[in-house]
Design a protein around this ligand. Structure first.
Ligand code: SAH
Length: 346
């Protein structure tokens, strides 16, 4: 057992079993604080690290949303969980085609990890940082991006047993190893689930989506949430541990593996009821509607030797067997806004 595992074992001995969400929060805080998880040498790779076109198209989407709302001079561009800062750097570079957008723009990066903040500072000069997304970020119109942020937030899990729904907890098993167990307390849950069915609930994701919607509705602006996930919840569990681009044991090495879940987009959309939620649409459809092919061919024309890597990067983002279908995009806009680009047939 590693040092964090031993600390969690002590905590459980002292105060009893902890929820899966508490375990996930402790493990992921330690994980992101101790490393840069991205890239070939890391544990996983994300869309902005695969292709510059991803951040560029998102930057242009944001500029268009800003233009559609009357081009307010004061504005915030906030990114949740910016990783290495690559997406933001690509988005800001693409946005240079409309210099008026950059004029008076405040860039805020919401990042918990000091290590990743340092990587972001290199790529996004002039940004400021915040520990969390809340009302302290100001009151100018809010433009917000979150790619692969919500999947890292802690979920609670509930299991349907013959005696009803029970919360899944982390406790101590044989040899004081961390082990899953069910709470003896009954909790309410849907009656139509099969025995052994699992429900995941992410209170943090709902709270953040509600805060974003409230801000967008009051100040104006637009938010784009991209992640792997599903339209409507089933009764399957999606919590997974990933290390070195392979699945790993969830409990064995806390803080050394990336813990994530598939995002419940219907829960995010419901939590955003103060504003208007559009989608989710698949990442493939979204990027194709925003013109990913034309953008790639422009880049190829400017840099022919990079043709095959530019084209294969874009293919990875949109192909249904790669990221095109499993990844989805949800937009949050003020209640009266028409469907934004990427969310309607064109
Ligand atoms: N968006 C980036 C990185 C995804 S990895 C990309 O697409 O490449 C997840 C990011 O979210 C990391 O930057 C991580 O440090 C950050 N993060 C995870 N949980 C967080 C939390 N609770 N608060 C703030 N940042 C968090």
């Amino acid at each position: 057992m590693n040092a964090l595992g031993a600390r969690i074992a002590q905590l459980i001995e002292a105060q009893g079993p902890i929820s899966v969400a508490e375990f996930m929060a402790l493990a992921n805080d330690a994980y992101y604080a101790s490393r840069d998880p991205l890239g070939r040498q890391g544990d996983f790779i994300t869309a902005p690290e695969i292709s510059q076109v991803f951040g560029e198209l998102i930057g242009l989407w944001i500029v268009q949303a800003w233009a559609a709302q009357g081009r307010p001079r004061a504005k915030r561009l906030v990114e949740l969980g910016p990783g290495r800062g690559t997406l933001m750097a690509d988005a800001l570079r693409a946005a240079r085609v409309v210099p008026e957008f950059l004029d008076g723009l405040e860039v805020v990066l919401v990042e918990a990890s000091p290590r990743l903040r340092a990587a972001q500072a290199e790529r996004v000069p002039g940004a400021r940082w915040a520990d969390r997304f809340d009302g302290s970020l100001g009151d100018a119109p809010l433009f917000l991006i979150a790619n692969e942020f919500f999947d890292a937030l802690p979920v609670r899990q509930f299991v349907k047993t013959a005696a009803g729904w029970r919360e899944r907890m982390v406790t101590l098993g044989a040899n004081r190893a961390l082990a899953f167990a069910l709470s003896p307390l009954a909790v309410p849950g849907p009656a139509d689930a099969p025995l052994g069915g699992v429900m995941e609930m992410c209170p943090a994701a709902r709270a953040i989506a509600a805060d974003i919607a409230r801000a967008v509705q009051t100040t104006g602006g637009a938010a784009l949430i991209v992640d792997y996930g599903y339209d409507a919840p089933g009764f399957g569990e999606t919590l997974q541990a990933v290390r070195g681009h392979a699945f790993a044991d969830i409990l064995a090495h806390p803080g050394e593996t990336d813990l994530s879940t598939h995002v419940d987009f219907s829960a995010l959309a419901a939590a955003a009821a103060d504003a208007a939620a559009f989608g989710p649409v698949t990442q493939g459809a979204f990027l194709e509607r925003l013109g990913i092919f034309a953008r790639v061919e422009r880049l190829v024309a400017a840099n022919p030797p990079a043709a095959s890597s530019l084209r294969s990067g874009a293919e990875r983002l949109i192909h249904p067997d790669e990221m095109g279908k499993m990844f989805k995009v949800l937009a949050i806009l003020p209640a009266s806004a028409p469907p934004p680009p990427g969310f309607r047939e064109c």
